[in-house]
Ligand binder design. Structure first.
Ligand code: SAH
Ligand code: SF4
Length: 402
């Protein structure tokens, strides 16, 4: 295991929002920028440090966290056990805003997709997936991605920017706020847009906030970070005690390099050795994601190679038939080939699961909704949707009926 020292309690002021004032708002006394940290970027320790610096009592941080995360109030005026002057101060100290939901789609299979407006015409998405009594939220860590995996829609859009902690926590809060009274997000997977280990500080800090009993009390055993294999950063996953998923997507170096250029930098031997270190350190299994691409990764010989490659690593393998989108040159294999591949791995003794592609009717493949929306920002292009009776809420255009 790499023993890199890592201090998750980094200063809250490393992340802030800069609000430019319009020239008409400027006076000689007003500075050009007003800087307020986003509240959802802060741990309770950050808040304590801020209040301490201002000579305020420590218990104030607990009071405010309780209002924000437990009672879900971000309006200081409603925080009735705080003094009037403190409420006014809070408003000036912090930005309590969450990333606005631009579009909310619900699929017939129960999957819900949320598109968040990150400003300057940029969007990211989160997907809520109900299955087996669980409610899993798949969230994004970056806008675009530089890893350029050939089969991935997000990979086509170069990295625009890394999300801030508050924008990652904010995706969770927005979805949480729209759940029914008996619903609760039980699992979080970092499998939306972006490469989480390319934005590790914000990703792991957001996990600390969501996990904290003062935050949303999400168990770390139910948080999975998926990586394309940035090997030098993988130690962080074990260090933060969350679960590891690795996008393998190729049974040998030649094929993996063809579909995931990152394999040139960190080839399979290094990647698998980091996986083994994770399993030794945590006694947990790794989840390998393996996308089936017709003729490229879906042959029986590939299944055998995949088995040999992973048999020394305590793991389970999720096979995912390629979710098609134009311009990749790849195709989704026929169901019969998917079944043969699945059966071969099972017969060899692998712990393998065939993942249903959920929400195909709402563009649930990585990055596809964002792209459709950015090209048609006024009207989400739902004409390609195979679905009738889809509920679409567009915050810019109001309720759309289909
Ligand atoms: N960047 C991280 C997490 C986001 S991608 C990673 O690569 O692990 C999440 C998963 O979606 C990855 O396992 C990836 O292989 C898979 N994926 C991306 N595009 C896909 C597509 N078109 N069809 C099926 N799976 C896809
Ligand atoms: Fe980035 Fe993951 Fe897509 Fe690869 S699969 S381009 S790492 S988001």
């Amino acid at each position: 295991m790499h023993r890199n020292p890592w201090d998750p309690a980094k200063s809250c002021f490393n992340e802030y929002e800069v609000h430019s004032l319009k020239p008409s708002q400027l006076s000689s006394e007003v500075s050009t920028y007003q800087v307020r940290p986003n509240f959802f970027s802060l741990t309770i320790e950050d808040l304590k440090a801020i209040f301490e610096g201002q000579g305020k009592e420590q218990f104030r941080s607990q009071q405010v966290f309780k209002w924000v995360y437990e009672k879900r109030t971000t309006d200081p005026e409603k925080m009735s056990n705080l003094s009037k002057s403190f409420r006014a101060e809070l408003r000036n100290l912090f930005d309590f805003s969450l990333p606005p939901v631009a579009t909310h789609l619900k699929s017939i299979d129960g999957t819900q997709k949320f598109l968040f407006d990150m400003g300057q015409g940029m969007t990211v998405e989160a997907v809520l997936i109900p299955s087996d009594g669980r409610l899993t939220l798949c969230i994004s860590s970056e806008i675009g991605c530089n890893m350029a995996c050939r089969f991935c829609f997000t990979g086509k859009q170069k990295l625009k920017r890394r999300l801030q902690t508050g924008e990652i926590v904010g995706q969770f809060m927005q979805v949480h706020d729209r759940l029914g009274p008996d619903e609760r997000i039980s699992n979080i997977v970092f499998m939306g847009m972006g490469e989480p280990l390319d934005n590790p500080e914000a990703v792991f800090k957001s996990i600390e906030i969501l996990h904290s009993t003062w935050g949303m009390n999400v168990s770390k055993k139910r948080v999975t970070v998926s990586t394309s294999g940035i090997v030098p950063e993988m130690w962080r996953i074990a260090a933060s005690k969350v679960r590891l998923a690795v996008s393998l997507n190729g049974p040998d170096d030649a094929i993996r390099t063809q579909v995931m250029p990152i394999n040139k930098r960190w080839p399979l031997a290094q990647l698998l050795s980091a996986c083994k270190e994770y399993t030794r350190a945590t006694r947990d299994k790794v989840t390998f994601e393996y996308v089936l691409l017709k003729g490229v990764t879906d042959q029986i010989e590939h299944a055998r190679k995949l088995y040999k490659l992973t048999r020394d690593v305590p793991c389970k393998i999720n096979i995912i038939p390629f979710n098609e989108h134009p311009g990749t040159g790849f195709e989704r294999p026929d169901d019969s080939q998917v079944a043969l591949f699945h059966k071969e791995l099972m017969n060899l003794g692998a712990h393998v699961l065939l993942r249903r592609t959920m929400g195909r009717d709402i563009f649930a493949a990585c990055g596809q909704l964002t792209s459709a929306y950015e090209e048609h920002p006024k009207m989400m292009d739902i004409s390609n949707s195979t679905l009738g009776g889809l509920r679409v809420t567009d915050s810019r255009g109001g309720q759309l009926s289909l």
